[in-house]
Structure formats: C-alpha cells, structure tokens
Design a binder for this molecule. Sequence first.
Ligand SMILES: [Zn+2]
Ligand SMILES: [Zn+2]
Length: 368
Amino acid sequence: MKFLLLTVFIFFSFQLSAQHVHDRQIEFPDIPGYRTLKCDFHQHTVFSDGHVWPSIRVQEAIKDGLDAISITDHIEYQPHEDDIPHPDRNRSYQVAKEEAENKDLIVINGSEITRSMPPGHANAIFLHDANKLFVDDSVEVFRQAKKQDAFIFWNHPHWTSQSPDGIASLTATHKYLLKEGLINGIEVVNNVTYSDEALQIALDYNLTIMGTSDIHGLIDWQYHVSHGGHRPVTLVFAKEKSEASIKEALINRRTAVWFKNILIGRQEYLVPLIEQSITVTAASYNNKTSVLAITLENNSDADFILENSTKYTLHGNADVFTVKANGIARIEIKTIDKIGDLDLKFRVLNAVTAPKTHPEIIWHVMVE
Ligand SMILES: [Zn+2]
Ligand SMILES: [Zn+2]
C-alpha cells in the first residue's frame, strides 16, 4: 500500500511538473535534417531604452525554453545615460553572456542601428565590436556592420511611427542596401504586429523571415505569459545548436516565425514543421459503418486550425476544426466505400507561406 501510494504520488508530481514546464516553454519538433531552435534576436535593456538589466533577459529566455537570444540595444539612443553611463556598446552583451555561462542558452552580440526613415532601424547581429557602429552616414554604418561579417535585418518596416500607414515599403535607399547585400533579413513580426507586405518583400528579395519581441519591459507582462501567451520567436532550422550553425541557417533563410497562434515561413520549412507537429496515430472504421475515425496528435505549441480539402465530408465537424496544442483530435470521415488507405489533405489556416496563402499538407493514412 505504501509503495502504491508513493508510486501514485511520484506519478502525480511528475504530471504536475511536466504540465508546469509545458505551460511556458516554447516547444516545436525538429524537422528532417535540422534542429528547430527557438530564438529572439531583438531585445532591449537599460543599456538603451529598455527597463531591465541584461541578466533578466537571459533568465526570461531560459524560462521560455529559448535556445538563443541577441541583446540589441540602440547604438544611437541612450535615454538612461545620465544614470547609467556606458561608453562601451558591447557591455549589455557581455553582462548577458556572463549570466548565461554554464547555461544552455546562446547569447549573440548585436546592436540596433537606429536611424530615421529611410532606412529606419536595423539589427546587426554576430558583431565583434558594436562600438565601431558609431558611424554618421546611414549607409556606411551598414557597411561597417558587414565588415564585421554581421547578419543584418530590417526592423519593423511597418512601424507606424516611421510608416504611418503601417505598410512596409521599399525606398530607393532600401533598394540600394539590398543591391549591395547589406540587408539579409526582414522582420515580418515585431512585438505585437505582423506585416503581409514585409513577408512579400522577404519573398521578392530572398530575405530571411524574422520575428522578434523587441521587448523593452518584461516578457511576462507584455505577452501575458501567465495567461498562456508567448513572445514571438524566430524558429531557426540549424544543423546543430551552436552560434555558427545559427548564423549559417539565418544566412540560408532557414527560418519560420511563431507569433500569437500563427506560423509564418517559406513553404519548404513550414510544411515539414507541420508534418512533424501532427501525427496520425490511429485510423479505423467505426463498428458496422463506413465512417472512418482518425486520431491526430499534435506535439507542438500551436493550435492547428485545419480545413478539410479531401473530397469527403466529416461526421461531427464541419470543414474547419482545431487540433489543440499538445493535444489530440479525433475526426470522422465519411468515405462511403471502405478504403484501405487515403491521403488526408488539410489546409492549415493558421500557417502563412505568402500573403493570404495557407499551405496544404497531405498525410498518407493506412486504415487499420
Ligand atoms: Zn527599432
Ligand atoms: Zn528595438
């Protein structure tokens, strides 16, 4: 009896702790050939206009289960400098890096180049020395970042303070920077905003699709984490978990963005991510009927909203239904004749591969 009670207790505690960890840690499966790394490459601290010390950014990231972060304080905008003077623009990175020592989090040196439009704001990450970005000329500063072999992405091109209509659009300066290879990526998601136009620019100019928190205050408050919210992250499909691998993946545009309940990315990475997230775990006919019951298991943090695009109709659902994050959904398909296998086809309405475009995924199902 004692043993049984202990077993029950251990089981129950494990369930509770697993549940607890799951609530906050952002989880997506790996895709064939690559690890799926959760990253936030745009964050502020008191070293520019943020409200926290860099060590807090590291602790938040670990709570969220992130693999890598970048601290990107503004080079040119230092509203706290009377109280916290810091001529060395690498300091916030160094403090965060020290905090992350012996922890499973990669911290990447970055800075936000902060100019009026055009070109607006851009992040340079994988910098060797952020101080070298004190350059007056708005194009030369990009060249200086490139000299350090930085990965540069255009921040919030749809930010209404600089683009009052909320539309991301290219100026002659941006086109020049693109032509010179001085912009590698673009934020399609910044903080709580999304831009179809920025996504289209990413596709047109072969840029890396990025999504970041651009957090200034606390992640918990901004994203209501205690109520199930999460920060936007860039999912990086890297060969391994290392700074060099992340950089290689970013340069080769192997990313997707997880924002609210939306996944945004190129078809070639989003489709395998969804295929790995949802598994068909059972398929059999209901007793004495030709109604096929199928169980779908979702091992990701996204609630997948699926639209039936097979020729069959469903029993118990209309054509759109949800497979909850880390949950199971049971659907019933009226195949009329009993069949041995079928291609289960769904459009994934909360996934975006281009403006107003949702990928279709096919699961080949063998009936038991
Ligand atoms: Zn900015
Ligand atoms: Zn920023």
